[in-house]
Design a protein around this ligand. Structure first.
Ligand code: FE2
Length: 315
């Protein structure tokens, strides 16, 4: 089947800047049936527990500890959407292609188009997720490990993107995140904002930014529907391996000064070290995190949820 192009204002400058600069582009996905309320409700109902997060957060200020995990067990997808529209919630459904292959086809189309426009670019381990979040919901300052893009479908959010260099992001922080010693939240100071690229992202617009660039998000006073896509390239994998090996060297040998050059002879040594450590570890430890769940979504409640006795989940 013939599809309209996904990117509608891509230029040669976009090609040159992809993965290196903050790019603010237009796209054609906002009207897709794949992201109407019926489709979203179905995805929420079909998503297994390990593929979604339901969260709430402080309504003011910047306090990553105020981020809480919740439960939607037994609710219909429509109930969850209603609660998000009226409450103070953030719902993230991950790995959409595992829930419905139609989203995998869309993901392939997105990256076929990007690779067709950026000579030499080869992406792998690609993913697509959706985020539906309440008016005024926010996501605190953090950085992501793979290449990352944010696609706006409904509502408007203010996105702050910061340089991926100190003091906005310390190399040791990225290393700890990659080894799972720290979650993605990163130390933030309000004065960082003077150095941020600040964009009010509207339906039909998307943003992509340099690898690991810290960012934070504030929804305008309107419900927001967004997609995230992530991808890996050889360059991203090499950078990951260098961070990984540097953390091991720093931790185990107390080496203070380490290169971060993702090229040349030392790269291959570091990739080998990272692979040995990673694949030599027992499987049960890899990538499993524990979360405290202490609220339940409730479309009747003022903020769209009510507190429940806390319990732990691991995923
Ligand atoms: Fe992010």
């Amino acid at each position: 089947m013939e599809h309209a192009p996904i990117f509608t204002d891509w230029t040669d400058e976009t090609t040159r800047g992809f993965g290196r600069e903050v790019l603010h582009l237009r796209h054609s996905l906002a009207q897709s049936d794949l992201f109407g309320d019926d489709a979203l409700a179905r995805l929420i109902e079909k998503a297994p527990r390990h593929l979604y997060h339901v969260c709430t957060m402080s309504r003011t200020g910047h306090d990553a500890r105020a981020w809480r995990d919740g439960d939607i067990h037994g609710l219909s997808g429509r109930d969850v959407l209603d609660a998000v529209k009226r409450g103070h919630l953030w719902v993230h459904v991950q790995k959409l292609p595992e829930i419905d292959p139609a989203y995998g086809e869309l993901l392939d189309r997105i990256f076929a188009e990007i690779e067709g426009r950026v000579p030499g670019l080869e992406t792998f381990k690609r993913q697509i997720t959706f985020l539906i979040s309440s008016p005024k919901a926010r996501v605190y300052y953090h950085c992501d490990v793979p290449g990352q893009s944010l696609w706006q479908l409904r509502g408007t959010k203010r996105v702050y993107v910061y340089p991926n260099t100190p003091p906005f992001l310390q190399p040791e922080t990225m290393e700890r995140i990659i080894l799972g010693e720290q979650q993605e939240d990163v130390h933030y100071e309000p004065w960082f904002d003077e150095h941020a690229t600040i964009i009010d992202l509207k339906p039909g617009e998307m943003l992509t930014w340099p690898l690991n660039a810290p960012h934070r998000i504030e929804n305008h006073d309107v419900v927001n529907l967004s997609l995230t896509t992530e991808h890996w390239t050889r360059e991203i994998r090499n950078s990951y391996a260098v961070h990984y090996a540097n953390r091991l060297l720093r931790r185990n040998l107390g080496v203070a000064s380490l290169g971060r050059d993702a090229r040349g002879v030392s790269l291959y040594g570091k990739m080998g070290l990272a692979a040995l450590h990673k694949y030599g570890r027992p499987k049960t430890k890899g990538g499993v995190r524990s979360y405290t769940v202490d609220f339940r979504v409730d479309p009747q409640a003022a903020l769209g949820y009510r507190d429940i006795p806390a319990y732990q989940i691991a995923k």
